[in-house]
Design a protein around this ligand. Structure first.
Ligand code: AMP
Length: 194
């Protein structure tokens, strides 16, 4: 059993790899992006506020996402948790350390998917095209314009977590430019060691 964070810019493949881990290892994926998209459809004032922030590509407040994670941690995960898209700020990282410690849970690895910026926007555009072709809802923030804001947010707020976890000796960097299977195999290797 391992609890891990998948870290990386938008389009790095965190969601794809998390889904593989859920299917293959019975882990529980905690994607704050997915939770917030659900909250958006709740018809509440909070949902409307969150929708507006997400559509701009900005970050939702730390309090909201920390609250969402805390709720889900209560439910437990015998196969381990995958934190996908959380934490995204240093404050969230500290809060996660606290929440885990209080439940006697460990953080076993922080896996950074390293991908060239130039490849990212292409992946996002492809994701939108594939969703459209499959008749699935297209994320409003998967446009080149909003993507540029999301990438800025990543470098400003989230990239500092790489140094933070490196200093804690939790960071493992994986080549996210490799094909999906190879990335999956590299992650499996990390999990089997922890
Ligand atoms: P994602 O699905 O991870 O790409 O997240 C989509 C959007 O949800 C982001 O652009 C943010 O607006 C919001 N979001 C998701 N996770 C977080 C988080 N941990 N902190 C703040 N905002 C978040």
């Amino acid at each position: 059993m391992a609890n891990i964070i998948l870290l990386g810019p938008p389009g790095a493949g965190k969601g794809t790899q998390a889904e593989r881990l859920v299917a293959g290892r019975g882990m529980v994926q905690l994607s704050t992006g997915d939770m917030l998209r659900e909250a958006k459809t709740s018809g509440t004032e909070m949902g409307r506020r969150v929708a507006e922030v997400m559509e701009r590509g900005a970050l939702v407040t730390d309090e909201i996402v920390i609250g969402l994670i805390e709720e889900r941690l209560e439910k437990g995960a015998p196969g381990g948790f995958i934190f996908d898209g959380f934490p995204r700020t240093l404050k969230q990282a500290d809060a996660l350390a606290d929440l885990l410690a209080r439940r006697n849970l460990s953080l076993d690895a922080v896996i950074e998917l390293v991908v060239d910026d130039a490849a990212l926007v292409g992946r996002i555009v492809k994701r939108a095209e594939e969703a459209r072709a499959a008749g699935k809802p297209v994320r409003k923030d998967d446009t080149p314009e909003v993507f540029a804001v999301r990438l800025q947010e990543y470098y400003k707020n989230t990239a500092p977590l790489i140094g933070y976890y490196w200093a804690k000796k939790s960071l493992v960097q994986i080549d996210g430019m490799a094909d999906m299977e190879s990335v999956g195999a590299a992650i499996a290797k990390v999990l089997d060691k922890s």
